[in-house]
Write a new protein. Structure first.
Length: 155
């Protein structure tokens, strides 16, 4: 069986971090996720509001570095929960249980919070020079010229 889901959207509020009675961290938040298509009558995209739960270190990470309005990519599984409301009616709700949460924007795109990876200054061990047959790109150019091109397509 397979139950894998990926969603990308903006947090509708700051994550809420709680702890279970045994001390396990759990963060809850909601993502606003736009659908891929527009409504034919209005020409606007519909937005789904999807509840997400992140446990342990993932929950702590989300509560520390994500805030309302930040773009997040969530990888996880869909979980259905059945419960009884105050009137005794049986209810059912869906939520995503996050395995991993990634930044969907850069810190400067978001309006707060975020994580910047520390600089890594070790010298590279591999040789990243251009392979034979390539020359260095001209100043300001993004592309390198091929030398010895015979004009034939490789397919």
């Amino acid at each position: 069986m397979l139950n894998k889901i990926f969603i990308m959207g903006r947090l509708t509020r700051d994550p809420e971090l709680r702890r279970t009675q045994t001390g396990t961290s759990v963060a809850s938040f909601t993502l606003a996720v736009d659908r891929d298509f527009k409504d034919k009558t209005t020409g606007e995209r519909t937005t789904d509001f999807i509840d997400v739960v992140a446990w342990r270190q993932t929950g702590e990470f989300v509560s520390r570095f994500f805030t309302k309005g930040r773009m997040a990519v969530v990888e996880g599984r869909l979980q259905m929960r059945e419960w009884t409301d105050k009137e005794g009616n049986k209810r059912r709700s869906a939520e995503v249980v996050a395995d991993n949460v990634y930044f969907g924007d850069s810190r400067r795109d978001g309006d707060g919070g975020g994580y910047s990876a520390p600089a890594y200054n070790a010298a590279p061990t591999a040789d990243y020079s251009a392979p034979s047959g390539f020359s260095a790109p001209a100043e300001g150019s993004q592309f390198a010229e091929l030398s010895g091109d015979d004009g034939e397509l490789p397919f």
